[in-house]
Design a protein around this ligand. Sequence first.
Ligand SMILES: [Fe+2]
Length: 187
Amino acid sequence: MTLTADRLLDALTRSAATRYGGEIVSELEHALQCAELAREAGADEELQLACLLHDVGRFAVDQSLVSDTTERTAVGTGARGHHEVGADLLAPWVPERVAWCVRMHADAKRYLCSIEPGYHATLSPASQHTLTLQGGLMSPEAITRHAAHPWFADALRLRRWDDLAKVVGKETAPLTTWEPRLRAYLR
Ligand SMILES: [Fe+2]
């Protein structure tokens, strides 16, 4: 199926009615907060876009395909993590780095939990819970392999904004401010 900007914008708009997996903000609030944190930090356009779209696997695809959900949906056989499903949806249509950062945002959490004392304690209960579903801590070999990737620092930045983008009632620019950029990338 063709992934159009209209389809993504529609999914994002509808995600305002869905709570972000076990958290207290909506999926749309979470996406907008994450993207805005990236923009405020001076991230380039691709990384901002990855932040806006990092959780599309939670709300733009059939959730029976997703294995690391905290909701009580029936998980189908062959289901995979929302980061994988979301990255696969985006990959044919966005720059490779955008889809890669989306794919890596669960591994970035696993990595930080493995190497940074105290990081795990900063995660929300829902995020701590899905860590197990996403593979738990990393082996030393996996830590070294991930750290060597030229885009992994971007995935870590996305991850830290992701963790902070759960503030109830925080004002952000509306989705419409991102629409021209989404349309430019998904032409
Ligand atoms: Fe997220």
